[in-house]
Design a protein around this ligand. Structure first.
Ligand code: ZN
Ligand code: ZN
Length: 161
């Protein structure tokens, strides 16, 4: 079971729920809304540290048998990148996706792809070279638009084993 959390004000649970079900056959429940922790803001880059946001999810839900997926609308970044669309922390069984840079008419499908991508990491998948596979790494939204919502056959086999 995956618990889905949303930054207060967002309304994307239905997209997350149906993508996880359709693409990975994962069941979800709505976990609740949360606020972005103030200590995740970096005044220098004006971006947010996703690890602190993940820590917040784990304070909300410390059940290690449940996957936690958070959706936020702030720009996130880790050291060595300019920005990221999402990040997974398999040990904490938690991931977040930021919709901040996914806007536009394709917002829903982009959210769906990035959520399935991070959930794939939580299931143990790494990045895949197949540009159409949902586990392909996205540097830009164009990369996201190129890929499908689903894992390729070889990624699928790995999670079905
Ligand atoms: Zn990834
Ligand atoms: Zn693949």
């Amino acid at each position: 079971m995956t618990s889905v959390y949303q930054q207060k004000g967002l309304d994307c649970y239905n997209i997350v729920e149906s993508s996880l079900k359709n693409c990975l056959n994962m069941d979800s429940r709505f976990g609740g809304y949360f606020e972005i922790p103030e200590d995740s803001y970096d005044g220098w880059t004006r971006q947010y540290n996703p690890r602190r946001i993940i820590r917040r999810l784990n304070e909300l839900n410390d059940n290690v048998n449940e996957l936690k997926m958070g959706v936020v609308d702030v720009d996130i970044r880790v050291v060595g990148t300019r920005f990221i669309f999402g990040i997974a922390h398999p040990i904490h069984r938690s991931a977040i996706v930021s919709i901040y840079r996914l806007g536009g008419p394709k917002l829903k499908e982009r959210v769906s792809k990035e959520v399935v991508h991070e959930a794939g990491h939580l299931l143990g998948l790494g990045h895949c070279e197949h540009p159409r596979c949902v586990m392909h790494f996205s540097n830009t939204v164009e990369d996201t638009d190129q890929k499908s919502e689903r894992p390729c056959d070889s990624c699928r086999r790995m999670i079905e084993e």
